[in-house]
Design a protein. Structure first.
Length: 98
């Protein structure tokens, strides 16, 4: 299993809309092969900052299967227009913890 961690910033004043869009988008990503689960967080001190924690079977499931597949445009349609700047995304290997 790997974890994708993405930090996304909403355009000024669009935090609520981003939260709603990401909640709707979560249903889309959950249908992707290799998806194991996710948690999305919204900043307290900075409510226009979001952290997405998404578990995948492999980097290939995320980058090739999902990002290059038919679900990605559906996923992005829920919140892509609300993003301020370029999301910061990295993959991690879990080595301790559940």
């Amino acid at each position: 299993m790997i974890v994708e961690v993405a930090i996304i910033r909403a355009k000024p004043g669009q935090g609520e809309a981003m939260q709603q869009g990401l909640a709707a988008a979560r249903e889309v990503i959950s249908r992707s092969e290799g998806y194991r689960g996710s948690r999305f967080q919204r900043g307290i001190e900075d409510p226009e900052r979001f952290i997405l924690y998404i578990e995948w079977d492999s980097v290939a499931d995320h980058m090739e299967g999902f990002r290059n597949g038919p679900l990605f445009p559906q996923w992005r349609s829920h919140f892509g227009h609300l993003i301020d700047g370029t999301p910061d995304m990295q993959h991690y290997r879990v080595f301790a913890g559940p």
